[in-house]
Design a protein around this ligand. Structure first.
Ligand code: COA
Length: 328
């Protein structure tokens, strides 16, 4: 048995915020943000919306498109670093209830912006082992609620959103499948992108813990350098494993963090930048949701069609990174 993505879905919160809107509340500008990152807009969830709400919307669309009933799902794997509740219960369990996926196991995957790639490869492994036949994989994030809005170096980079795919068991000779996957971590870089306080290492202490310590903190330059190295390494290893050259790949769908990371990777490795799908201008960095949102957008606009060979590449906090080769 192999595993194939049979449908996609996505959801972006209604509120769309331009760089100029941010420039009204912090010391920044459209020119700075766009030239440094390629970002112009991001969607921001309203106060009542949590990760599970976005996930349910994206998942419902993906299920409808493959005519899958929620009670046919064996498992829901949800990648998020902005869960509804801290640590427990999983956001996947909340989605399982909301979808009425009566026989589905449910678990979260925490691998930040690599989360979707980690979750997708987990789904592939369950399906190829015969333990599951139909799995819903979701990336859903509400970063707006963990950002320090007084820190212009991080606040301008992220947006909210969710993307979902249905992964099914298919025969070995089926045209579509997840053909290769690489998952890696470099935990020594844990503190380059993290929330330092509020966990069990530095628990929240009333009167002592500063609010900013509960929010996302980042060493932007270190993350940038890691990302350029990781994206290039994953693409190269995936190509070697399948005995391919870059031109054999129709699209690379990278995690959308910063267009400069992609430009620099393409330049260093001699890859054609036009093969990288980029939608960061419209949605900013939606972490674990960015790749499935991009996949859904590409399917909807006819850019991604059956038979194509694509790569997904994720990288982020952990530090973690990874990628897949998919026969669409
Ligand atoms: N608006 C205006 N100025 C800003 C700003 C903003 N939003 N954010 C930072 N600056 C300022 C800095 O304060 C600094 O000013 P100074 O020179 O007076 O101290 C100046 O811009 C340059 O800052 P620097 O951090 O050197 O910019 P940079 O060119 O390295 O770009 C990032 C910063 C964050 C865009 C870049 O490091 C990056 O993209 N890193 C990767 C981040 C990422 O993608 N994280 C998620 C990975 S999943």
């Amino acid at each position: 048995m192999k595993a194939a993505i049979v449908s996609t879905g996505s959801y972006l919160p209604e509120r769309r915020v331009h760089n100029d809107d941010l420039a009204r509340i912090m010391d920044t500008s459209d020119e700075w943000i766009f030239s440094r990152t390629g970002i112009r807009y991001r969607h921001i969830a309203d106060e009542s919306e949590a990760a599970s709400d976005l996930a349910v919307q994206a998942a419902t669309r993906a299920l409808e498109r493959s005519r899958t009933k929620a009670d046919q799902l064996d498992m829901i794997i949800l990648a998020t670093s902005t869960p509804d509740f801290m640590g427990l219960p999983s956001t996947a369990a909340i989605v399982q209830d909301r979808l009425q996926a009566g026989k589905a196991a449910a678990m979260d995957v925490v691998a930040a912006c690599s989360g979707f790639v980690y979750a997708l490869d987990t789904a592939r492994a369950f399906i190829e082992s015969g333990s599951a036949a139909r799995i819903l994989v979701v990336g859903s994030e509400v970063y707006s609620k963990i950002l320090n809005w007084d820190d212009r170096t991080t606040a301008v980079l992220f947006g909210d959103g969710a993307g979902a795919v249905v992964v099914e068991a298919v025969p070995d000779d089926h045209g579509s499948c997840i053909a290769q996957a690489i998952l890696r971590a470099e935990g020594a870089g844990a503190e380059t992108l993290y929330r330092s306080h509020g966990g069990t290492r530095y628990a929240y202490v009333p009167g002592q813990t500063h609010e900013s310590e509960l929010k996302l903190q980042m060493d932007g330059r270190a993350v940038y350098m890691f990302a350029v190295r990781a994206v290039g390494a994953v693409i190269q290893e995936l190509l070697e494993r399948e005995s391919l050259v870059f031109d054999d790949v129709d699209w690379v769908i990278p995690h959308q963090a910063n267009v400069r990371i992609l430009t620099e990777t393409a330049k260093r490795r001699g890859y054609d930048l036009d093969r990288f799908y980029v939608n960061i201008e419209q949605v900013a960095n939606t972490s674990a949701a960015s790749i499935p949102i991009a996949l859904d957008e590409m399917v909807s606009t006819g850019k991604l069609t059956r038979g194509m060979r694509i790569m997904t590449v994720g990288f982020g906090s952990g530090l973690t990174y990874g990628g897949t080769i998919i026969r669409w």
